[in-house]
Design a protein around this ligand. Structure first.
Ligand code: ADP
Length: 391
């Protein structure tokens, strides 16, 4: 696996009972996965020679992030190394412009969008979405909600964004200058009036076998995933089915191998739109470690090795995952005494990372029949570990 973060750490963990020999390419020996994997190469994934040397002796290469240059992946494939997901699939998780164009082509609903060239073009994009004759400022704002036109507009650099970095919400042409400074193409999108964010997670093998996890609700705080509820509460069955079908269609059409997370918006008027794709285990699937019969990590391992996939169904009525972010206390482990004693059913997953404010350093999972109780227990534990709750 290329990338030494927590996703690699947990994928490695899932491979242990299967006896999978796991080799890691990590930036530093301190990275989350490098601390626990015995066969580690320290090196830069942006360097083709490093990747080639690393790949020697591997049956298959997979990733814990999408930042390996597409051309390097093609070079590895040309060397005869199976790369899963392959570069033609992965490019859709690397480049938001390519992703939007492809989803349009296969009829998957997305926010209104197009590539923009400069701030004046952003203003033109905003105006294009307005009904005819509604181009003065005040009308634009009020009619924008239904038509996807007018300001605010969401601007995204097509490559390199994560956890809300590389995303701007702008209210006028003047504010639209910033995203263009990086010199990367910029994608403009209507600002979707959504009631909540959902994620549809599926896993697909090279054989074409695919499984779908229940659609989850994903709550973000300051652009970072905070809470995931599985399944998404009060989600209309037909919408849930539609979201699952969309994710399975994307996996098939883009020839994804491994775990695919499809981040979705549920709009106020009852539509489901695709926001983002991730082709690797994903934060919205961490609940599956304790809440599903087969976790996303175990199924990712099975998929990239072209083994039959495991059952994705939930084990409990409700499972909740809450991320533990670094707070003011550098030592979180002293909080274990309280958390473990208070809730013997609590599942704690820490990544071995140094605590820095706002950094994802772990997560907790809880499950049970009563959603309010399951949510409360997860939030309490995560808050206590972080230091924002002290009793
Ligand atoms: P990344 O995952 O690369 O950080 P995203 O495209 O997922 O970027 O955007 C980050 C967050 O910004 C989303 O979770 C959502 O809250 C908000 N966002 C992104 N696109 C839109 C949009 N078109 N309309 C409204 N909100 C958006």
């Amino acid at each position: 696996m290329v990338g030494g973060g927590q996703l690699a750490r947990m994928t490695h963990e899932a491979g242990i009972p299967l006896g999978i020999r796991f080799k890691l390419l990590s930036d530093t020996p301190q990275d989350s996965a490098a601390q626990v994997v015995s066969d580690v190469v320290i090196g830069d994934y942006r360097d083709l020679d490093t990747l080639r040397e690393f790949a020697k002796g591997c049956d298959v290469i997979t990733f814990d992030h999408e930042h390996v240059p597409t051309e390097h992946l093609r070079a590895l494939e040309a060397d005869g190394i199976p790369v899963r997901p392959g570069p033609d699939a992965l490019v859709h998780a690397q480049d938001k412009g390519v992703m939007r164009a492809r989803l349009d082509a296969i009829g998957i609903p997305c926010p209104r969008h197009r590539i923009v060239t400069d701030p004046a073009d952003v203003a033109a994009f905003a105006a294009e979405g307005l009904p005819e004759g509604a181009e003065d400022g005040g009308t634009a704002r009020s009619s924008g909600a239904e038509s996807g036109g007018g300001f605010p507009v969401v601007l995204k650099t097509v490559r390199g964004g994560y956890d809300g970095k590389g995303v701007w919400v702008v209210d006028n042409e003047t504010e639209a200058a910033d995203p263009f400074r990086a010199g990367v193409p910029v994608l403009a999108e209507e600002k979707v009036d959504y009631v909540r964010e959902l994620a549809a997670n599926v896993v697909r093998s090279p054989h074409g076998q695919a499984v779908a996890y229940p659609v989850v609700e994903s709550q973000q705080v300051n652009g970072v995933c905070d809470t995931v509820i599985a399944p998404a509460p009060d989600l209309d069955e037909s919408l849930a089915l539609k979201a699952e079908e969309m994710a399975l269609t994307i996996a098939k059409e883009l020839d994804v191998v491994g775990h695919l997370a499809v981040e979705l918006f549920q709009t106020r008027d009852g539509r489901i739109l695709v926001n983002e794709l991730a082709m690797r285990p994903h934060n919205s699937g961490h609940w599956t470690q304790d809440g599903a019969i087969t976790s996303q990590f175990a199924n990712h391992v099975r998929a990239v090795l072209d083994l039959p996939l495991g059952d994705p169904r939930p084990r409990a009525k409700w499972t909740v995952m809450v991320n533990v972010l670094g707070g003011d206390y550098p030592d979180m482990y002293s909080a274990y005494l309280h958390c473990m004693a208070r809730d013997p059913q609590l599942k704690i997953h820490m990544y071995g990372k140094d605590v820095k404010p706002g950094r994802k350093v772990g997560h907790v999972n809880t499950y049970g029949d009563d959603l309010a109780d399951v949510l409360d227990r997860a939030r309490h534990a995560a808050g206590y570990l972080r230091g924002t709750i002290t009793e």
